[in-house]
Design a protein around this ligand. Structure first.
Ligand code: DX5
Ligand code: ZN
Length: 220
């Protein structure tokens, strides 16, 4: 079985203690930090921008996995790259010139990812797969942490894994939304290589290390 990477979503972190929370993630063996950027237009909720990414960059050497849920993401690619993002994932929905955006991300030496919402079929992104390093399959509708996992999206994970195998593409498949020790095993077996979790890590009653351990143990 391939190793699973865990990307901790700061959307549920305690921002008054962000440095400590990031240090706890590092000590717990988290692989990436997931930064959810919401503009209140693409999806409800307003969260964080390049300013926070820059602070995370100074605090941590973990890869910064930035998920853009904003309208016209091309306006902010450079700012996030300059702030220290290692990966930038953009949604296919509402982005008619997605190739250009993905190429721009690549040209800035940042790893490009494409994201599909629960209601979007895999056929919407097959043409761009050669231009990305990762596909993010949303398992909730974007906006908030703490929502329930939509299991039907796992069919899309299996479909993407098949395409990647057949075309010998080296693709990460990331899942985001409602990931817990209960929902992670099915996602992992469907072919997910990177799991995002906010609530399961930052709101675990026994703390961050216990949250990460519970996720890892669920697929051990
Ligand atoms: C949703 C965000 C997710 C969210 C996940 O808009 O993209 O990354 O923070 O939160 P949980 O893990 O609590 O579902
Ligand atoms: Zn996210």
């Amino acid at each position: 079985p391939s190793p699973l990477l865990i990307s901790a979503s700061l959307l549920s972190a305690d921002f008054l203690h962000l440095a400590d929370q990031i240090a706890a993630c590092e000590n717990a063996g988290v692989d990436w930090l997931h930064i959810d950027v919401l503009d209140g237009h693409f999806a409800p909720n307003i969260s964080m921008g390049p300013f926070i990414v820059e602070h995370c960059r100074r605090q941590s050497s973990l890869p910064l996995d930035v998920h853009l849920m904003i309208e016209k993401p091309e306006r902010y690619i450079q700012a996030f790259a300059a702030a220290g993002a290692d990966r930038l994932s953009v949604h296919i929905e509402g982005n008619p010139n997605i190739h250009r955006t993905l190429q721009e991300i690549r040209s800035l030496n940042v790893s490009p990812g494409i994201v599909i919402n629960p209601g979007t079929p895999v056929s919407a992104i097959t043409a761009v797969l050669p231009h990305v390093d990762m596909v993010l399959v949303m398992s909730v509708n974007p906006g908030f942490s703490g929502q329930s996992f939509l299991p039907e999206v796992l069919d899309k994970v299996r479909e993407i894994r098949q395409i990647a195998l057949q075309s010998q593409m080296d693709l990460h498949i990331q899942i985001d939304g409602g990931i817990t020790a209960q929902t992670l095993p099915a996602a992992y077996h469907a072919g997910v290589t990177v799991a995002v979790a906010a609530t399961a890590i930052f709101k675990h009653p026994q703390g961050i290390a216990a949250g990460v351990a519970a996720l890892r143990n669920s697929i051990a």
